[in-house]
Design a protein around this ligand. Structure first.
Ligand code: BTN
Length: 327
């Protein structure tokens, strides 16, 4: 972690987890071993992430009402077998993926780590993932016992989240291959799988999922507006993040058990039912170039199967896809 993010985290902890609602900037700086200027810069970063705080002219930092995910309630109400038997919560981290990686040796299969904000959230294909207050930023540690490829599992977990979002909000939630969750053609959630191998054997899998829940569009970086959305924006009201997180963990647990029980073909049927990419003309961008064709199917390993204009049928395992039009 960089010193900047450590300072931001330390300052966020003092303001939002401490007993005092107000604290002088100088006091905050000395508590966190920073200069007042460094502390002020950190406050500015936290504000950009949506933390409700005010710095008065007199140099007093004030915490405004803030409602984090209620992790005690989440734990108390959870009824899962594997996922979420241990749940860790943090306020501000670099990335929940890295934070969970720190625990991976001692933590059991299914451990979940949630954070209110991420300073350097990661997306697929080395992109960054903007993670302000109001989202669900979650990583799940899996210690695999299965011998097969895990691509279907990730798609199945994305499908599980799509079902929860659809049921809880009644918004039309679909999957854009490989694993973007879309509402009205805009991205509302994304999934990231980071695997570690021992030789050829898959040893650890950390699955990250990010859901834009209660986030105002004006908070999103300009480049993301038009491409991304949030559930609160689509619904016109905020939703209970604690309940949504609980339902996600429960549905992910169900799909994980189905996967372990070898029910990959049922999971695949569900994925195909939710996958809005199928039947569309798509542009697929890979390291070898861009291809246009018709998305026909999702294969048994989660690959997208595309018919090229010359009739050739190609499978794509990792790629970025744009929907060109409905066929
Ligand atoms: C994508 O669509 O590109 C994947 C986005 C994954 C974001 C989540 S948020 C929680 C976890 N921690 C991260 O740094 N990334 C994932």
């Amino acid at each position: 972690m960089s010193p900047h993010s450590e300072l931001e985290s330390a300052i966020a902890d003092v303001i939002f987890l401490g007993n005092e609602r107000k604290i002088p900037l100088r006091g905050l700086a000395s508590l966190t071993q920073a200069t007042p200027n460094q502390a002020k810069r950190a406050l500015d970063e936290l504000k950009k992430l949506g933390y409700p705080l005010r710095l008065s002219r007199a140099g007093i930092v004030e915490r405004l009402p803030f409602r984090p995910i209620d992790v005690q309630k989440l734990k108390a109400e959870l009824t899962t077998e594997r996922i979420g038997r241990r749940i860790e919560w943090r306020l501000h981290v670099n990335s929940t993926q890295d934070e969970l990686k720190r625990l991976e040796d001692e933590a059991e299969d299914g451990t979940v780590l949630l954070a209110e904000t991420q300073r350097a959230g990661r997306g697929r294909l080395s992109r960054s993932w903007f993670s302000p207050t109001g989202g669900i930023w979650m990583s799940i540690l899996l210690k695999p016992t299965w011998p097969t490829s895990h691509q279907i599992l990730i798609l199945a977990l994305a499908a599980a989240v799509a079902r929860v979002v659809g049921n809880m909000t009644k918004l039309p939630s679909v999957l854009k291959w490989p694993n973007d969750l879309m509402v009205r053609s805009r991205k509302v959630a994304g999934f990231l799988a980071e695997a570690a191998y021992q030789g050829n054997q898959l040893d650890r899998l950390i699955v990250g999922l990010g859901v834009n829940v209660n986030i105002e569009m004006t908070r999103l970086p300009e480049g993301l507006r038009g491409l991304s959305t949030s559930l609160s924006h689509e619904l016109g009201r905020d939703i209970d993040r604690t309940m949504l997180a609980r339902r996600i963990v429960e549905e992910v647990d169900r799909s994980y058990r189905d996967f372990e029980l070898g029910r990959a073909s049922e999971l695949l049927d569900d994925i195909k039912r939710l996958c809005s990419t199928l039947g569309k003309e798509v542009e697929v961008r890979t390291a070898d170039g861009a291809f246009k064709g018709e998305a026909l199917d999702v294969g048994r390993d989660g690959q997208l199967i595309v018919r090229m204009p010359d009739g050739a049928i190609l499978p794509f395992h990792t790629a970025d896809v744009t929907h060109v039009r409905q066929l």
